[in-house]
Write a protein that binds this ligand. Structure first.
Ligand SMILES: C[S@@+](CC[C@H](N)C(=O)[O-])C[C@H]1O[C@@H](n2cnc3c(N)ncnc32)[C@H](O)[C@@H]1O
Length: 302
């Protein structure tokens, strides 16, 4: 996704140290590792054990020194300390899900097909979407659906979920999609609705199950202290709530004198990529560069 703009704007160079916070199956990482060359170092992180295995395989003969760890980028401090690096030159976060996660019904991320309502990126975690859907109060559900996805029918959807679960736990993605569709009274196959009526509810639940906004905020908070002078951070987001977090963080850091913003506007996929990969249509890349201002100078404004 957005490979060319990532290469151009993140601009990794031979010998640098790069952290790919969301290595996934390793698509970006493989190309980035080529750029880093034999003197470079790439540290890859992912919550998903399956993707960690895929990325390790994909990078087995990459020229750079590559290390792929299962972990949460929210714990960037602990991860980088564990890797014994003092500073990094590039940070990339390509948020959300990889296609293999989304397309596997057993993971429960998609309302297309049927699967158990799981949605955990890290399957070692206890909380899955089944618990959130069946245990939250109507108010909690309405709030999380609205806050995480700005779904305008959040209250109606929450009410319908609570009614439906009286007849038994909602355990499958198909059942949840039907309940949501019935709440907004849109035929999922209708040509009039641009997106499936359950799209936003599924997104909101996934964000809640995986603590995605908290994770992003934590990464954005920790990034400036790890970036070397002239180091760059690039974040690809897929929905407006995330993009807003990134935009506001970069703006605030720029006001503090810690970043200069490389992308005045978010970079989006070109027509060819959009036609080739419909998921790229919502992708937005923002990049910022670390200035030479010491972090301590800004602590009082934190
Ligand atoms: C869009 S995919 C990345 C694809 C990758 N850039 C590639 O080119 O193959 C996002 C990945 O980020 C992972 N992820 C999401 N949130 C994470 C977090 N807080 N910490 C670590 N990995 C995370 C997901 O498990 C998924 O594998």
């Amino acid at each position: 996704m957005l490979v060319e703009p990532v290469l151009e704007l993140l601009d990794p160079r031979p010998g640098q140290c790069l952290v790919d916070c969301t290595i996934g199956p390793g698509g970006h990482a493989k190309i980035l590792a080529e750029r880093l060359g034999s003197e470079g170092r790439l540290i890859g992180i992912d919550l998903d054990e399956g993707n960690v295995v895929l990325a390790r395989k994909g990078l087995a003969d990459a020229p750079a020194q590559c290390q792929v760890l299962q972990g949460n980028f929210a714990e960037l401090d602990a991860i980088l300390r564990g890797c014994e690096v003092a500073r990094v030159d590039r940070i990339l976060a390509d948020l959300g899900l990889s296609s293999n996660q989304l397309d596997d019904p057993a993971r429960g991320f998609s309302f297309l097909g049927d699967g158990s309502l799981d949605m955990r990126m890290d399957r070692r975690e206890a909380l899955s979407a089944v618990e959130v859907v069946n245990r939250s109060t109507e108010r909690e559900l309405a709030d999380l659906i609205y806050q995480n996805s700005q779904e305008r029918f959040s209250r109606r959807i929450a009410k319908r979920i609570c009614q439906a679960r009286r007849a038994g736990r909602i355990r499958s993605t198909r059942r949840l999609a039907e309940v949501v569709a019935s709440a907004v009274q849109v035929d999922p196959g209708s040509r009039k609705s641009k997106i499936h009526p359950a799209t936003r509810t599924f997104l909101a639940l996934r964000i809640a199950v995986n603590g995605e906004l908290e994770n992003l905020r934590s990464l954005l908070r920790e990034a400036p202290k790890w970036l070397a002078q002239g180091g760059r951070i690039g974040v690809i987001s897929f929905h407006s709530v995330e993009d807003r977090e990134v935009k506001l963080d970069f703006k605030r850091r720029a006001q503090q004198g810690l970043y200069s913003i490389v992308t005045k506007r978010p970079v989006i996929a070109g027509p060819a990529e959009r036609a080739d990969n419909p998921r790229s249509r919502s992708a937005k890349l923002r990049v910022a560069e670390r200035t030479d201002r010491p972090l301590e100078a800004c602590l009082e404004t934190e």
